[in-house]
Write a protein of this length. Structure first.
Length: 378
C-alpha cells in the first residue's frame, strides 16, 4: 500500500517517455517533409475527430494541472503548460501525473520515509522523519505491522500514525513536538499471531503465577513466555542498530515504547526490564483482564521508582475494553501508592464509547505521543 504511489509514478513516467519519444520522432518527420500542422490536422473527418479530441482533452488536462497542482502546492505548473506547446501534451500530462503521485506519496508519508528490516525473524518497519538530528526522539511500537500500512495490518486498518503526522490546513499535524520522532514498529516473530501472546507476556510475572496462562486464548502457543528474549532483542539490538544508522544518540528520556492491549502490557514490562533504555510507556487499552488485579500488583511492583519514568495507560468502555474500568481504577490507585503523580508521572484515563481495535486507537493515537513529546520540552 505504501509503495502504490511509487508504482503509479513509474507507470506515468514510462508513458511520458513514450509520449516524448513518439512526439519528437513524428514531429521531426513532419518538419523535414514540410507538412502543415493546421491544414493537415483538419483534412478529413477523422482528422477533425483526433484534433478536436486532443484540443478539448488537452485544454481540460491543462486546467487539471493548474487546479490540482495548486491544491497540492506543486511547483513549476506554468512550465508544464509551456512545455506542452514545445514538446507534446502526451509527454507533459503523464509527467505531471507522475510528479503528482510522488507528491501524494510524500504527503502520505508525512514528509518522511519508510524503511523495513528483519531482526531474528522479527519484521521491523521504521518511519524516518524528514529531519533527523542526534537528539531526535525515538518511539518503539509493538505490533508494528498495524502501525503504518493497512496492507500488512491484521484487520486492514492502521493506528493512523502517518495521518496524525501529516500537515493539516489548520493547526498543523496532530502529533506535535519540536522534533518529529523516529518511529520503530516491531512485529512479533514470523508475524505468527499464535506467538504474539507468549512473546508479549511478562515472562517473570507469568513464571511466578502460571495460573495466568489459563486466561490465554486457546490458539496462542503455550510453549512458555518469551517476553524477556523479545525485549532483549529490541533494547540491545534493534534500537542501537537503527539509531546508529541514522545518527541518533539514544537517551532514556527521549526513548519511549508503546502498544495496544497486550502490546501495552509488554511495553510496561519492557520498562521494568530495561529502565535504562525507556523513559516513557504509551499504553492504549491496556489488557489487564489477562491477569486482573494480581497482574496490576505484579506489574506496578516491578516498575522503576517514580521520578525519571512516565507511564500512560488508557481504556475504552465498549467491546473488549468494557471490562477494563475496574482494573484501570486499581492501576491508578497502585501507581499513586508507589509514588507516581497522576497527570505528571503517569496518566490513567478513559475514552467513553470507544472500543478495542485500530480504528478507535487511531482516533486518539496522538494523545499519549503528544504527552510524551511535551515532557521532553519542559
Amino acid at each position: 500500500m505504501l509503495n502504490r504511489r511509487r508504482s503509479n509514478a513509474i507507470f506515468f513516467f514510462a508513458l511520458a517517455a513514450v509520449g516524448l519519444a513518439t512526439a519528437w520522432y513524428f514531429n521531426s518527420i513532419a518538419v523535414l517533409r514540410g507538412e502543415n500542422y493546421i491544414t493537415d490536422g483538419f483534412t478529413s473527418n477523422v482528422d477533425w475527430v483526433y484534433s478536436l479530441d486532443l484540443l478539448i482533452g488537452g485544454t481540460a488536462g491543462m486546467a487539471f494541472i493548474i487546479i490540482e497542482g495548486r491544491r497540492l502546492k506543486m511547483r513549476f505548473l506554468l512550465l508544464y503548460i509551456a512545455a506542452a506547446f514545445v514538446t507534446a501534451f502526451a509527454f507533459v500530462f503523464p509527467l505531471f501525473l507522475a510528479m503528482r503521485e510522488l507528491t501524494l506519496h510524500k504527503r502520505e508519508l508525512a514528509g518522511g520515509k519508510i524503511k523495513r528490516y528483519v531482526f531474528d525473524e522479527h519484521n521491523v518497519i521504521v518511519w524516518i522523519p524528514g529531519t533527523m538530528t542526534a537528539t531526535t526522539p525515538v518511539l518503539v511500537m509493538n505490533d508494528g505491522h498495524n502501525v503504518f500500512d493497512p496492507k500488512t495490518s491484521t484487520f486492514g486498518a492502521t493506528w493512523g500514525v502517518l495521518e496524525a503526522l501529516q500537515e493539516r490546513p489548520v493547526g498543523g499535524p496532530r502529533i506535535q513536538g519540536k522534533q518529529q520522532p523516529l518511529i520503530i514498529g516491531v512485529t512479533y516473530k514470523n508475524n505468527d499471531g499464535k506467538i504474539r501472546g507468549i512473546e508479549y507476556s511478562p515472562t517473570d510475572i507469568v513464571a511466578a503465577h502460571p495460573e495466568i496462562l489459563k486466561n490465554f486464548p486457546d490458539d496462542w502457543s503455550h510453549t512458555g513466555p518469551t517476553g524477556n528474549d523479545y525485549h532483549e532483542l529490541i533494547a540491545r539490538k534493534i534500537l542501537p542498530t537503527i539509531a546508529a544508522e541514522f545518527g541518533v544518540e539514544l537517551k532514556r528520556e527521549r526513548t519511549a515504547i508503546g502498544g495496544s492491549s497486550m502490546g501495552s502490557l509488554t511495553s510496561m514490562y519492557a520498562m521494568s526490564k530495561h529502565p535504562d533504555v525507556y523513559g516513557t510507556v504509551l499504553g492504549y487499552s491496556t489488557h489487564w483482564p489477562i491477569g486482573g488485579n494480581l497482574l496490576v500488583d505484579e506489574m506496578t511492583g516491578i516498575l522503576p521508582a517514580p521520578g525519571r519514568h512516565r507511564i500512560w495507560s488508557d481504556g475504552g468502555t465498549t467491546e473488549l475494553d468494557a471490562a477494563y474500568a475496574p482494573f484501570q481504577e486499581y492501576f491508578r490507585q497502585t501507581m499513586a501508592a508507589k509514588g507516581y503523580r497522576l497527570g505528571e508521572d503517569f496518566i490513567e484515563t478513559s475514552y467513553p464509547q470507544t472500543g478495542h481495535n485500530e480504528l478507535w486507537w487511531a482516533v486518539r493515537v496522538e494523545h499519549p505521543i503528544n504527552w510524551w513529546l511535551a515532557g521532553l520540552e519542559g
